[in-house]
Design a protein around this ligand. Structure first.
Ligand SMILES: [Zn+2]
Length: 237
């Protein structure tokens, strides 16, 4: 079994303060950024795997907190690949912040993969992280939890890259046997923008600055094409 195809999908955009994307960089505070929502489709011989699911249609009471532009939804984006939500056999969530698991409930046939430490934290976040999690988006879903680095299917490995949240994971995809001919790493929110990695700038939403910088250094050490979770200048791979 091997990875056959990769495709960056879209669930539109949502507004973030640049200060949330890059830590302690003064000119960024107060600057608005329409952040891209970029789930990744991984197709193997036997699986259609999604990495993250965007923000989706939030429950009514939360909508006022998020300015979204979903002219393209994940469902439409999948349809463009000839797929319906029922075709997705697995969802790997980098973490359970609202903009990464918003559409999880669409995928009735999927097995959900998350770090054990992330799932526990999502139900009981610290006060300063509470705004990032909405329990209705993941409550009761059938998660398979992993602890640390783990190969999920042949060619798709999760790496524990905590810091942004306690159980954040990044995904390494070996597509060397596909027409793409290389390896990719989906950084998730440890590097939402290219500059997080290039300049070793951690994000502004943090569980641990120290761990986040270690995670960035770990991601930098991987010889692969890096995919940034919210960078709107990188929409194709
Ligand atoms: Zn996040």
């Amino acid at each position: 079994m091997s990875v056959q195809n990769l495709k960056l999908l879209s669930d539109g955009y949502f507004e973030l303060d640049m200060g949330m994307l890059v830590y302690a960089k003064t000119p960024y505070y107060g600057q608005k950024y329409m952040a891209a929502l970029k789930p990744l489709l991984i197709q193997t011989d036997s699986d259609n795997i999604l990495v993250d699911t965007g923000i989706g249609e939030l429950p009514e009471k939360y909508r006022k907190f998020y300015n979204t532009d979903r002219q393209v939804t994940l469902q439409q984006s999948l349809a463009g690949e000839g797929l319906s939500p029922d075709d997705i056999s697995m969802v790997i969530n980098t973490h359970l912040h609202v903009d990464h698991c918003g559409n999880n409930r669409l995928f009735k046939n999927a097995k959900f993969i998350v770090q054990d430490s992330e799932l526990k934290y999502a139900y009981n976040p610290d006060r300063f992280q509470k705004g990032g999690y909405i329990e209705e988006l993941f409550q009761g879903l059938d998660f398979t939890t992993v602890n640390g680095d783990s190969e999920i299917v042949s060619g798709v490995t999760v790496l524990l890259t905590s810091g942004h949240t306690p159980g954040h994971q990044s995904i390494v995809i070996d597509a060397t046997r596909s027409k793409l001919g290389k390896t990719f790493v989906y950084c998730g929110d440890e590097a939402p923008l290219e500059e997080n990695l290039q300049k070793r700038n951690i994000t502004g939403i943090l569980y641990s600055q120290v761990r986040s910088l270690a995670a960035i250094d770990r991601l930098r050490s991987i010889k692969a094409e890096h995919i940034y979770s919210h960078d709107r200048t990188q929409m194709e791979i």
